[in-house]
Design a protein around this ligand. Structure first.
Ligand code: GUN
Ligand code: ZN
Length: 449
């Protein structure tokens, strides 16, 4: 058994926060060696556990003035885009063509992929992100590289081979199995199948079938991806949808018979539980209902949507419809790995009103505990990992972040003046960054020790 004492933030099943000023977190390893939460709550209520025989000799790690919070969950990020962050462009499509695709082409080189995967996983952990659903590139060795980097560090990571057999440059487009053969779609799906067998369920790793987005995927590839998803229900699906107006016009040209962009994925069997679509800005009421009915989740990426000028996610409609959604950095369209930056940008976006059908719909004020939930327990729920990560209630894997509310002079001053939990959380969201992440504890001991 391990025991940690500090302030403690957890969420109940309804997503409401619980804060124990003097909290205790008790963990013990399961049969696979993963530390799981045994009990968590007020020290005064749980201290008797420390008198139990199995607690004999347990040293309580005590961090007065610090706060244990669940590890953050990034629902959508691109590891090969570490070196694309902050590349300005006139919107998504020129950004992809001029910066992103050329960078991703470099991942044919396994040594480059390994170096970037190491930087990427270190950056996530440094910012308190302990679970991530990430894109890789269309090169199988690049998928291996990021799985290996996450495994060495003991973090939870989900990724997959990027499916893109059209409208992409040589060297990035999925190649056929041999020169001159026209079976790139089939070959990419066989490669995906082999990667599922190699990585899905190994330690804390999971596989995601990853059609990049409709314009870069042939019908045969989308069809095959849907069939693969049906054969592997525990595997994730990830893609992009309804991010940018030019992108949507392109999809309409390519698929004139589909009711909407989202409907293209639906027709190919790609909407289901554990399917995660980044952006979801330009959805209509029917699309949102389809998201809910199929159990599909949206990865809301506010810093990316602001940086690329894509638009504003409709938080009010998502909440009213009741479909799954959570927060994501979307680095390198997104500008930061920091969950604080992402939560802050989500707040700004929520505040914006939206023009709808000629009428103005006022914005809403997402509460700080709601923002925090959307990046921890809510994001985990959207990924189908409720009760596994994103929280510190009994049974959860014990990934946690130790926050120092005094990391900067202004943060110390503002958090000290907070009168309520919401005020305190808001101060951290607005003023916090990686300096407030004092320590990150993962549930799985790392292979490097
Ligand atoms: N749509 C297709 N590919 C991408 C990508 O890499 N980033 C973003 N933001 N949107 C995409
Ligand atoms: Zn993305």
């Amino acid at each position: 058994m391990k025991a940690y004492r500090a302030s403690l933030l957890t969420f109940d099943a309804a997503g409401q926060p619980r804060f124990d000023t003097d909290g205790l977190l008790l963990t013990q390893p399961d049969e696979h060696g993963t530390e799981r939460v045994l009990a968590s709550g007020a020290h005064a209520e749980l201290a008797h556990w420390l008198a139990l025989p199995q607690a004999q000799g347990v040293q309580v790690q005590h961090w007065p003035g610090k706060v244990m919070v669940p590890g953050f969950v990034d629902m959508h990020v691109h590891y090969p885009q570490v070196d694309v962050i902050g590349s300005p462009a006139d919107g998504l499509l020129p950004w992809l063509e001029n910066y992103t695709f050329p960078q991703e082409t470099r991942f044919a080189d396994a040594a480059h992929a390994t170096e970037v995967a190491s930087v990427f996983t270190d950056e996530l952990l440094r910012h308190g992100v302990t679970t991530a659903l990430t894109f890789a590139t269309s090169h199988p060795t690049a998928v291996d590289a990021v799985f290996a980097a996450a495994r060495t560090r003991g973090m939870r990571l989900i990724t997959g081979l990027c499916l893109m057999d059209q409208n992409a440059p040589d060297g990035l487009r999925n190649p056929p199995s041999a020169p001159g053969r026209g079976d790139a779609a089939e070959h990419s799906l066989l490669q995906s199948q082999a990667l599922i067998e190699r990585w899905h369920g190994v330690d804390r790793l999971g596989y995601a079938i990853t059609p990049r987005f409709v314009p870069t995927c042939s019908d045969a590839q989308l069809q095959g991806a849907g069939e693969l998803a049906a054969r592997h229900p525990s595997v994730w699906v990830q893609s992009h949808v309804a991010e940018n107006r030019d992108e949507i016009a392109w999809v309409r040209q390519l698929h004139p018979h589909a009711r909407s962009y989202l409907d293209v994925y639906h027709r190919f069997g790609l909407l289901r539980e554990r399917a995660v679509y980044a952006h979801c800005i330009y959805l209509d009421g029917d699309d949102r209902a389809l998201m809910r009915e199929t159990g599909t989740a949206a990865a809301v990426s506010p810093t990316s949507n602001l940086f690329l000028g894509s638009g504003f996610f409709d938080f009010a409609a998502a909440q009213t419809t009741g479909y799954r959604h959570g927060l994501a950095s979307d680095v390198g369209g997104g500008t930061s790995f920091s969950p604080f930056e992402t939560m802050k940008a989500a707040y700004f976006v929520g505040r914006m009103g939206l023009e709808q059908g000629g009428a103005f719909k006022p914005g809403l004020s997402l509460s700080p505990s709601r923002l925090w939930w959307l990046h921890t327990a809510g994001a985990a729920q959207a990924l189908g990992l409720e009760g596994v990560v994103g929280n510190l209630t009994p049974g959860c894997e014990a990934d946690f972040v130790l926050i120092d509310p005094q990391a900067t002079p202004l943060l110390a001053r503002r958090t000290a003046a907070a009168r309520t939990l919401d005020e305190w959380l808001f101060a951290l969201i607005v003023l916090g960054d990686d300096r407030a992440v004092e320590k990150v504890c993962l549930a799985l001991p790392t292979m490097t020790g």
